[in-house]
Design a protein around this ligand. Sequence first.
Ligand SMILES: CC(=O)N[C@H]1[C@@H](O[C@@H]2[C@H](O)[C@H](O)[C@@H](O)[C@H](O)[C@H]2O)O[C@H](CO)[C@@H](O)[C@@H]1O
Ligand SMILES: [Zn+2]
Length: 307
Amino acid sequence: MTDLPDRRLLLVHAHPDDESINNGATMAKYAAEGARVTLVTCTLGEEGEVIPPALAHLAPDRDDALGPYRAEELAAAMKELGVSDHRLLGGAGRYRDSGMMGTGQNHRPGAFWSTDLDEAAGQLVAVVREVRPQVLVTYDPNGGYGHPDHIQAHRVAMRAAELAADPGFRPDLGAPWEIVKIYWNRMPRSVAEAAFARLRQEIDTTPFDEAADINDVPGVAEDSVITTEIDGAGFATAKASAMRAHVTQIEVAEPWFALSNALAQPLFTTEYYELVRGGPSGTTGTPAAGRGSAAERETDLFQGVAA
Ligand SMILES: CC(=O)N[C@H]1[C@@H](O[C@@H]2[C@H](O)[C@H](O)[C@@H](O)[C@H](O)[C@H]2O)O[C@H](CO)[C@@H](O)[C@@H]1O
Ligand SMILES: [Zn+2]
């Protein structure tokens, strides 16, 4: 029927760098194991800050050239992870970075936050019906930490999963395809708290002045919500290198890193997820959240998916 690899994973993210921060080890692991890993990034991060002074001219209020530069950073990061299929939703520059919640950029023409949901989801349906992934990874409904582009990426991903399976929706985009398992990026509160406690103790050994707040970490949730953990210890170097490739946004001093506001955070190589559709048998329908102790969690996103 198709010459696609058996296992196909689709990740939907808002800006260049989110994929490496949230899923770098997971992406590197599955790519190394021969799965097809497809990344769709919804904007080029045109409204981001710029860390290196020598690149300050790229900023949106100067040359407004950060978008193309971050596209190059993304390509470099994908090389570090061994991921060859990475796309920009609707093509480069179709949807613009909306800025932080409540800023004027939210309503700038072309901002992703104010784009039509079904129009953007239609762009993603074309990718879903081409790639035919068994597994989709995106953000929780709050986008991890409330950034408008993250919230919109969640909405577009979930809507596209629904429309891609509907035979009455845009037959011109290909045969309908039902994604068997959908995950949201998560971080167990107990793991985050322990890591931040160690970071605060060691802050003087890092190049950073202070630690971020645990609430700055995307997707923090009670441990019982976490259904799945992917041990990416073997891919720590790849993840750190991919994060470093996003030079304008991230400074990495392993096992710590800081985003453009220079507040240090832990760099996690175990990456956590909440399974929100599909279960061990691959059936659809929302599984009961949580599986009790960590020992009961899935350790493979494709667990229960028929090849
Ligand atoms: C990780 C992430 O989603 N980064 C976004 C975010 O960047 C933040 C923004 O620049 C803020 O002003 C800083 O204080 C904070 O440290 C950054 O993480 O928002 C940007 C603008 O929408 C976006 O380009 C960037 O990718
Ligand atoms: Zn982001």
